[in-house]
Design a protein around this ligand. Sequence first.
Ligand SMILES: [Fe+2]
Length: 361
Amino acid sequence: MDLYLEILELGKKILGAQDLEFSARHLAETISSSFHVDFLGVFGVAKDGNVSLLYAHGLRDEDTLFNISLLSIWEEIAAKVVEKKTFIVTKANNDSPLVQSLDKNLEVAGIPLISSKGVKGVVAVLIEEENVDWSKVVPLIQAIAISFTGELVNSELYSQLENLFLSTILALASAVDAKHPYTRGHSERVTRYSVAIAKEMGLVRQEIKDLQISALLHDVGKIGIRESVLDKNGKLTQEEYDEIKQHPLIGAEIVSKIVNCERIVPGILEHHERYDGKGYPYGKKGDEISLFGRIIAVADTFDAMTSTRTYRKALPFQVAVEEIVYNAGYQFDPKVVKYFVEVYEKEKDIWQRENIIFSVR
Ligand SMILES: [Fe+2]
């Protein structure tokens, strides 16, 4: 676990959360400032060999037919390059709307960006010139693209690491839920609801990824609470309740020891805080509570109400939503509740279906 997290953090640092589309644009600009290039498309190659356009140079505003024609010429040659694993140059199809509108004989070239692991990208180039000396152009483009090719390799490694990391976290969260039959699937559902709220609020991708981990691990501190207390059927004594109230602190401590997770810890630590300051462990109120804490609080309560527990049956979804709305401004941040209700209206059928699947499996 330690190792995965550390590798992931290291990967992030090395890659500096690289944006491939930004790098592809930089590559296209460098190439087109070095040669006369009329049209240039930069593609990434997925593991299954499918190509995806990362940046296009030469598209025309409001000329859809022209653009579609250009994209299909590029895609066709990029797919061929991946298949043949080599540089390819062909005459562009004279029937294509692009060639007809330019009224010239055009050559289209596909240049593979090759690493030791195979073709990782393709640069597709069209030049409105005859007799281009491709033997000079191709090696130069490949040389300019060396660091970009490295980025393509890194991004693939990085997404593999990220998947590995997420499945490890998921296993840990499921282990906590699985200890108690009535909480099975709880962390996954809380994560689903939290992410849905965050997307509705317009949080950026990285924030959503952090929230996902925070929500998956929100109850991980229950590992440190006695099972006789967690599973108790009757009313808890004050002492037992005080023990349960420790789980956000224990969870935050576990996660912060694993690695430097400062963006993930607040959601774990503060998911039982209340907007009116009457929650635990600190009694923080309003915006003193982290946004992750305020989001997970809504998602957690919604799932707790709509799942069957030892002491009561599940409430219907609509009743649970009304209860959350009723508590906006008291238990919950009204802004988060507003987005929760909006996304609930869109997703309720799917949520309802999956809730049933979860509870019978
Ligand atoms: Fe909790």
